[in-house]
Design a binder for this molecule. Structure first.
Ligand code: DHB
Length: 394
């Protein structure tokens, strides 16, 4: 079969792109090897930048984020046993929204279904072929066992960090930039009331901890751990003792406890693949770049990629000039590298680095004090956290 834009990956980048293209009257087809239920059962990050919220509501995906999302006008940075509020509204006039990626995905999948979009979940054997030609293709077997060959004008790889698309680019035609970290996050879902009004990013000598939220009665928390940590080996009591020890302080702050309903270790790294185009294929979201989770930039970058990509594809098709596609990577990468720096900065400022000396610990505390003690320092954090606006096109 034929389509104008063939998209591998039905995560936020792929589905948002398909949605934006449909609004511009451009046909697309999306495939994903995961089932819808499988994607919805995966816990992901929970913070949307102001522009991500506007993209979801302003393009007619759904208003649910306005009803169910919780606006957060700031965060707490906690160190030396005390919390310091970074007031986003006062500093930059923006808020973020607590709205889990799972819900963003469900809204996008519902919107594609509502609008008659072609999305195939649960496919197998996906291959991308003839990328350097004018008729690239996606080959796959759908959930009913039917074999498909989809030919398109433009192919988009939005199939995540371990997808088939990036690896289909010859190694000589891509360059990888990356950094690994000698720690990971232990992530838990707990049945308990909120312990604080806003998210608490904690630096302690035992390592980082993040107190996030989901609903009135379910909370999301993370603490820095060894990358080889075995999540199953931790009892609820041990998890709570570790979290409490990290947030403890002279102000008496403590966490409200409850049963741990989900636990897993999240390994993390920083990664960028350049360029983001190979022939007729463009990469978007985690297929092109990964950030460490501190600051929750991954989903927001995926949505920003989709917005820029939709605009560039629309122009390329209208002008019948595929050289326009070359504008996508450089435009997307400006935001990607800012977000890489922001995520790296938040990570290294707030984590206990293995092998760190007393000097390093004092220096980190000095950095945190400088950030919360200066409007310029806090405003820099607030700008990055709430997201940089997309520069106007010249
Ligand atoms: C969440 C995850 C993050 O990485 C972050 O910086 C903030 C919130 C979350 O899952 O809620």
């Amino acid at each position: 079969t034929r389509t104008t834009v063939g998209i591998v990956g039905a995560g936020p980048a792929g589905l948002m792109l398909s949605h934006l293209l449909a609004r511009a009257g451009i046909d697309s087809l999306v495939v994903d090897h995961r089932t819808r239920a499988g994607i919805e059962a995966t816990n992901r990050a929970g913070i949307l930048e102001a522009d991500s919220v506007r993209l979801l509501t302003g393009t007619g995906v759904s208003d649910r984020v306005r009803r169910d999302g919780q606006p957060h006008a700031g965060i707490e940075l906690r160190f030396g046993g005390e919390s310091h509020r970074v007031d986003f509204q006062r500093l930059v006039g923006e808020s973020v929204c607590l709205y889990p990626q799972t819900d963003v995905f469900a809204d996008l999948a519902d919107a594609r279904e509502r609008d008659g979009g072609r999305v195939h979940f649960g496919v197998s054997g996906t291959r991308v072929v003839d990328l350097a030609s004018t008729r690239p293709g996606i080959l796959f077997t759908d959930a009913d066992g039917v074999v498909w060959e989809v030919r398109c004008d433009i192919l988009v790889g939005a199939d995540g960090a371990h997808g088939v698309c990036r690896s289909a680019v010859p190694e000589t035609a891509r360059r990888h930039f990356f950094r690994t970290y000698p720690f990971a996050w232990f992530g838990v879902l707990v049945e308990a009331p909120r312990s604080a009004a806003e998210l608490v990013y904690t630096y302690s000598e035992r390592g980082f901890a993040l107190i996030s939220q989901r609903t009135e009665s379910v909370q999301r928390m993370y603490f820095q751990c060894d990358p080889d940590e075995d999540a199953a080996a931790w009892s609820d009591d041990r998890i709570w003792a570790e979290l409490q020890a990290r947030v403890r302080g002279a102000d008496g702050f403590s966490l409200r406890e409850g049963p741990v309903t989900d636990r897993s270790v999240l390994r993390f790294r920083s990664f960028v693949c350049e360029p983001m185009r190979y022939g007729a294929m463009l990469l978007a979201g985690d297929a092109a770049h990964t950030v460490p989770p501190t600051g929750a930039k991954g989903l927001n970058l995926a949505l920003a990629d989709a917005r820029v990509l939709a605009e560039v594809v629309e122009t390329a098709l209208a002008k019948r000039d595929f050289a326009v596609l070359d504008e996508y990577g450089p435009r997307a990468l400006r935001r990607v590298w800012r977000a890489q720096h922001f995520s790296y900065w938040m990570t290294t400022m707030l984590h206990r680095l293995p092998g760190s000396t007393d000097f390093d610990v004092r220096r980190q505390l000095g950095e945190l004090a400088a950030v919360v003690g200066s409007s310029a320092g806090s405003a820099y954090l607030a700008e990055g956290y709430t997201g940089w606006p997309e520069p106007r096109r010249r």
